[in-house]
Design a protein around this ligand. Structure first.
Ligand SMILES: [Cu+2]
Length: 146
């Protein structure tokens, strides 16, 4: 009996630390290190990067969102056509398989903020709803150096 209680308590403690391991929880997805490079004056788009981990049992998709500083954002992927790399919107978002961690980073998958309403200054941050297939949550994006 005592060992069962101990096990239950251990699992509970594990569950709590597991849940708080990510900066933001988006359904079964954990979002970490969300940042955007600052933009030059007059830029109409900005990129965003983050790490997303699927801690659930089912596949999920990171889709995009809306944000006060821009019209909206979607997830872009990179493809190479005739040795020129191009980015393209992922129509159905980015699939995150159970147990997978995907890093959105320069030269790879990224968030694309369209119709930027003002430049992003280094050191500022903004909050934005971020949508997955199963949930929407507000995440904080830090603005880094250009
Ligand atoms: Cu892009």
């Amino acid at each position: 009996m005592t060992s069962k209680l101990f096990l239950a308590a251990s699992l509970l403690a594990f569950g709590v630390s597991f849940a708080s391991a990510s900066d933001f929880k988006l359904g079964s997805l954990g979002i970490d290190h969300a940042w955007s490079p600052a933009t030059p004056k007059g830029a109409s788009v900005a990129a965003g990067y983050l790490t997303v981990a699927n801690k659930g049992a089912d596949s999920d998709r990171l889709i995009g969102g809306s944000v006060a500083v821009a019209g909206n954002f979607t997830v872009h992927g990179m493809t190479t056509v005739d040795s020129v790399s191009k980015m393209r919107p992922l129509a159905d978002g980015l699939e995150i398989k159970p147990g997978a961690t995907v890093e959105l980073k320069p030269g790879s998958f990224h968030l694309m903020f369209m119709d930027l309403r003002r430049p992003l200054a280094p050191g500022e941050h903004f909050m934005t709803p971020c949508q997955a297939r199963t949930a929407t949550t507000i995440i904080r994006i830090e603005c880094g150096a250009v």
